[in-house]
Design a protein around this ligand. Structure first.
Ligand SMILES: *[C@@H]1O[C@H](CO)[C@@H](O)[C@H](O)[C@H]1NC(C)=O
Ligand SMILES: *[C@@H]1O[C@H](CO)[C@@H](O)[C@H](O)[C@H]1NC(C)=O
Ligand SMILES: *[C@@H]1O[C@H](CO)[C@@H](O)[C@H](O)[C@H]1NC(C)=O
Ligand SMILES: *[C@@H]1O[C@H](CO)[C@@H](O)[C@H](O)[C@H]1NC(C)=O
Ligand SMILES: *[C@@H]1O[C@H](CO)[C@@H](O)[C@H](O)[C@H]1NC(C)=O
Ligand SMILES: *[C@@H]1O[C@H](CO)[C@@H](O)[C@H](O)[C@H]1NC(C)=O
Length: 338
């Protein structure tokens, strides 16, 4: 009798336990839902790698502030759109081993206009009002895996609604994980990486440790390299150098350094500058500054002045003295090749 009674109580106790558990879970998840994105970012600081946290209000107009803390830095960036009345603020979590460039790429009209990722469509449509940028910057000797781990941590704790899939390293907002070869290359990187893309295949072909490596191994001049990096000019009409991953070019076929050197040398041996003897002629009119103009060839200049090409050439070469028609001075502007 006692035994049966005990059994009944025991069964009910188990039942009560389960009920209690369900009730507590509901309460907990309700509470959790009401916890703001902000306090989620704050309360669950990722202790292991001691990231340094920075918050930048209105990042779109505050780029110097981003530059101050994030130039060449590795870590995680979080965009939060703060709306007083919203109960789930809009957010996006990403990571980069070059945070400043990565974050600022979101502000570039050409990239925004592509709107080929959910986060870009959002910012393209609504702009950057009320946006807050939170940066978690890791030690400069952190590995790419550690950066991804931190990104995954914030993706997991925030469930950011502008991320299409909730996997770190999905550079495109879609899931295009890096190839193993690219991961291996990145893992070995010690300095500031430079990504080399091939415009013919639209793919990432190499990640270099440093500019110095490129100077001495592919023989690029430092001025040419800087022009390529800053202006996006193609090297040898074919290669694109970038300080950051270009998510618009998602394909990869990583070459060994020997293969890269071989490829560049082959392309260089066949390379002909766009206009081999491209020279521009500056024509200055000493009477009327509004007539000053540059021309891409002597022929074009002669046509414009309705003059004789060989006479003009004599002035250009200094074989005729003085000014052409007593008012024109010509100067050849030289363009150095790569
Ligand atoms: C959304 O952002 C506003 C302004 O920063 C904040 O007051 C609010 O608590 C946030 N709400 C959530 C759910 O994160
Ligand atoms: C730049 O950020 C600082 C702090 O993050 C903020 O006080 C300031 O208002 C921001 N500047 C602009 C122009 O938004
Ligand atoms: C980076 O180097 C510092 C010493 O400068 C060291 O304390 C830290 O553990 C290193 N971090 C990683 C991620 O290796
Ligand atoms: C890159 O390649 C595409 C063809 O795939 C071509 O249309 C484009 O002009 C090339 N870019 C440059 C700057 O040469
Ligand atoms: C343009 O023309 C004026 C005189 O008309 C001259 O002094 C000036 O140096 C010219 N050159 C340039 C490049 O503006
Ligand atoms: C352009 O190059 C020629 C020789 O190739 C030189 O005589 C001339 O001074 C140069 N012009 C300029 C503007 O540097």
């Amino acid at each position: 009798m006692v035994k049966i009674f005990n059994k009944v109580i025991y069964k009910n106790l188990i039942y009560l336990h389960q009920l209690l558990f369900v009730i507590l879970s509901i309460i907990y998840s309700t509470l959790n839902r009401n916890i703001s994105t902000d306090s989620k970012i704050n309360s669950k600081e990722y202790k292991e790698y001691n990231p340094k946290k920075f918050e930048i209000l209105d990042p779109f107009h505050n780029r110097s502030k981003i530059a101050d803390v994030a130039k060449g830095a590795k870590g995680v960036y979080i965009f939060t759109v703060c709306e007083e009345l919203s109960n789930h603020n809009i957010s996006y979590v990403g990571s980069s081993i070059n945070l400043y460039n990565r974050v600022c790429s979101y502000f570039m009209p050409s990239i925004l206009a592509k709107a080929d990722r959910r986060v870009l469509r959002y910012f393209n449509k609504y702009g950057f009002n009320n946006v807050k940028l939170t940066l978690f910057i890791l030690d400069s000797n952190s590995t790419w895996e550690q950066v991804l781990e931190l990104e995954q941590y914030y993706i997991d704790s925030l469930s950011p609604n502008l991320n299409v899939d909730l996997v770190a390293g999905g550079y495109n907002g879609y899931h295009y994980p890096m190839s193993q070869a690219a991961r291996d290359a990145l893992r070995k990187i010690r300095g500031t990486p430079i990504y080399i893309y091939d415009n013919t295949t639209k793919s990432l072909i190499f990640i270099s440790d440093s500019k110095e490596w490129l100077y001495s191994n592919i023989g690029i001049h430092h001025i040419s390299l800087n022009n390529c990096i800053i202006d996006g000019k193609l090297y040898l009409n074919r290669f694109l150098f970038s300080m950051d991953i270009i998510s618009e070019l998602p394909y990869e076929s990583i070459l060994t350094s020997e293969d890269l050197v071989l490829l560049i040398n082959t392309v260089r041996s066949k390379y002909k500058p766009n206009q081999p003897k491209s020279k521009k002629v500056l024509a200055e009119n000493i009477l009327n500054p509004n007539l000053n103009c540059t021309f891409s060839s002597i022929g074009e200049l002669a046509k414009h002045l309705k003059g004789d090409k060989s006479t003009i050439r004599k002035y250009i070469l200094g074989r005729s003295e003085g000014l052409y028609r007593k008012q024109w001075k010509f100067t050849i502007l030289n363009f150095s090749g790569p």
